[in-house]
Write a protein that binds this ligand. Structure first.
Ligand code: NAP
Length: 263
């Protein structure tokens, strides 16, 4: 018997989450600077969404869009100037950045207490996608202790921090990647699967009767947004779009409100 646990309405959940954040903020001033480098179409869309989300909760979001040719030093200078002008504000860098930019140096210029995207190695804020997933599992009353979780993808922003957070929540985590042999074996023995690869079809859910959190963002042959999973009909798989992306967006707001509460 399939355990149907993840098919709650994520849109409704994030609506309620935002309403509670607005209540928690209660009119207190909150600002985030979003540093965007270049004119990537997907980044433009993500930034627009972030600004809209912030407005809904009562947070001021200011995008500082720098030309693609800017140097790492120029970016750092802009960030430091902003920090000096508004030390209480949050700051994040919209990814991806152009290849010539030294991302580590740019991340180093993010003020510690304003690192609401959890980009710095020892940030006190959790990275937004894993945080959003953990909050959603909590909302679903998914019982993690003792569960076998297979995470596919070991990036620093999703797979690795999520593995840490789930381990801390007493799950037994297997972290898979491109060198993993017999991936299906780890999928087969899991109670819960997370796919964060970015390859459509990495999981064929036709034969998978387990809950799956689909983090992947891909485009199908018709240019339509889709996740890593295929054959999801009737399966317990979070949707793409309308799934983890919404949770990630809310988790950023959660971190900004936490920053305000702790200052
Ligand atoms: P990433 O840096 O793109 O890395 C992909 C990971 O997948 C790597 O760990 C890679 O292994 C692994 N991988 C590649 N091919 C594989 C295979 N055949 N079998 C098993 N593992 C394989 O990861 P990311 O930044 O976490 O992004 C992953 C996906 O999630 C992307 O589609 C991204 O757009 C999406 N994403 C969505 C959100 C959201 O809010 N919805 C947020 C973040 C990311 P190696 O380490 O061995 O190379």
């Amino acid at each position: 018997m399939m355990e149907m646990t993840l098919l709650k309405d994520i849109k409704q959940y994030t609506k309620e989450w935002k309403a509670s954040l607005r209540d928690r903020l209660n009119g207190q001033a909150a600002t985030i600077y979003i540093i965007q480098i270049g004119d990537n179409e997907a980044s433009n869309r993500y930034v627009r969404n972030k600004i809209k989300d912030c407005e809904e909760v009562g947070i001021e979001a200011i995008c500082i869009k720098l030309p693609a040719e800017v140097t790492t030093e120029d970016v750092q200078e802009v960030m430091v100037k902003n920090y000096m002008a508004d030390p209480e504000a949050a700051m994040m860098v919209q990814l991806p950045v152009p290849a010539h930019i030294d991302l580590d140096k740019v991340i180093a210029a993010i003020p510690e207490k304003g690192d609401v995207d959890g980009m710095k190695p020892l940030s006190k804020f959790k990275p937004c996608t894993p945080l959003g997933i953990m909050k959603y599992l909590e909302h679903c009353e998914y019982d993690l202790p003792g569960k076998n979780v297979t995470i596919i993808g070991r990036s620093d922003i999703v797979g690795k921090p999520l593995a840490q957070m789930m381990t801390d929540a007493d799950a037994t985590v297997t972290l898979c990647h491109s060198k993993t042999k017999s991936l299906w074996l780890h999928v087969e023995t899991a109670d819960l699967i997370v796919s964060a690869v970015g390859k459509r079809g990495i999981l064929n859910c036709y034969a998978i009767h387990k809950p799956v959190i689909d983090v992947g963002i891909n485009f199908d042959e018709n240019g339509k947004l889709c996740g890593d999973c295929i054959n999801t009909e009737g399966r317990d798989v979070t949707p793409v779009p309308g799934g983890v992306g919404l949770l990630t967006r809310c988790a950023l707001l959660e971190n900004i409100v936490r920053m305000v509460e702790e200052r």
